[in-house]
Write a protein that binds this ligand. Structure first.
Ligand SMILES: [Mn+2]
Length: 318
């Protein structure tokens, strides 16, 4: 699909009473893209709501939806943003996993499963928000300060504050344009990247105590027990930055975070330097994502899961 087709779809009668879906284990990009799209559609005189798999972290609220109120309507259209596969809708949105439920998908994952009737996927884009910005400009719709803030946060968070390899000159140019709409970018970035709830710091303290190094310290693995998150008093979505810790250690090429999700159920987040492909790593376990940041689910006892992971890392270092 190209922009002209997406534009005609969004402007058509088919696209009204819209439910916008974000992915489970949410991040700034899925929220930013979801809310920006919601405000765009509402500005176009349509009814739209954002539906999230889990409660939104406090840090996004003040920027993305200070006065957001859900609208009352009978759903006619469903749009998924930043969602590579139906599985990422999670249990709470499982009603949307049925074949043919999703009308449009806007995404930037190279592993996108093309589950929607219409889709726009650009795996070169640093964030789904980057695509949406270009689409709004193409549609010649106004970029309000609220929309600009949502989009800026999505781009900043999906690029690790403009540090990742997915950043291109275009990413910076779009960020610069977004700043020109009056966003307080310095404050936004401080709140996104520097300031954390104390519950998060406490979890980090515990997790760091048991950070494991293997393969001549080229791989670091952190384990996050479920109880630690459950007892932290903080929304699970506040912990997205946890996964970045292992790779911050000097000499580490593969950083792995194992989050315990349930009985014998683990979620893996993998971050790599330019030497390794995180996406291929996770794909071998049925997951996916980006070249340097990807994820998957692994079932088994802790010991089995650890062995599977280490065997796979060993292959990388062969
Ligand atoms: Mn994204």
């Amino acid at each position: 699909m190209d922009f002209s087709e997406i534009k005609s779809f969004l402007e058509s009668d088919k696209c009204d009473n819209v439910t916008i879906l974000t992915h489970k284990s949410p991040d700034g990009d899925t929220f930013g893209c979801g809310f920006a799209l919601c405000y765009l559609l509402r500005d176009m005189g349509k009814k739209a709501n954002v539906i999230n798999h889990e409660p939104l972290p406090k840090k996004y609220k003040e920027f993305m939806y200070p006065d957001y109120e859900p609208m009352d309507f009978e759903e006619k259209c469903v749009i998924a943003v930043d969602i590579a596969s139906l599985e990422l809708l999670g249990d709470n949105l499982s009603e949307y996993k049925k074949e043919g439920k999703i009308d449009l998908c806007i995404d930037h994952h190279m592993t996108n499963k093309k589950y929607a009737k219409l889709y726009y996927i650009d795996s070169e884009a640093a964030a789904a928000c980057q695509i949406l910005y270009e689409l709004i400009k193409y549609m010649e719709r106004p970029v309000t300060k609220l929309i600009a803030t949502c989009l800026y946060i999505g781009i900043a968070t999906d690029t690790g504050c403009f540090k990742f390899e997915n950043v291109t000159p275009k990413t910076h140019m779009i960020a610069a344009e977004l700043i020109s709409y009056g966003i307080n970018h310095s404050y936004v970035n401080r709140m996104m990247f520097d300031v954390k709830p104390r519950g998060v710091i406490k979890v980090e303290q515990e997790v760091l105590k048991n950070l494991q190094f293997c393969f001549d310290d080229r791989c670091a693995i952190e384990f996050v027990p479920k109880a630690l998150i459950d007892n932290s008093g903080v929304e699970t979505a506040e912990f997205e930055e946890l996964a970045t810790i292992p790779l911050t250690v000097e000499g580490v090429e593969v950083g792995i975070t194992i989050k315990e999700k349930g009985n014998n159920e683990y979620k893996l987040s993998v971050r790599t330097t330019e030497k390794h492909d995180a996406c291929a790593f996770c794909k071998s376990f049925g997951g996916g994502g980006h070249l340097r940041a990807a994820g998957c689910q692994i079932i088994g006892t802790y010991g089995e899961v650890m062995k599977k992971i280490k065997d796979r890392v060993a292959e990388l270092f062969e």
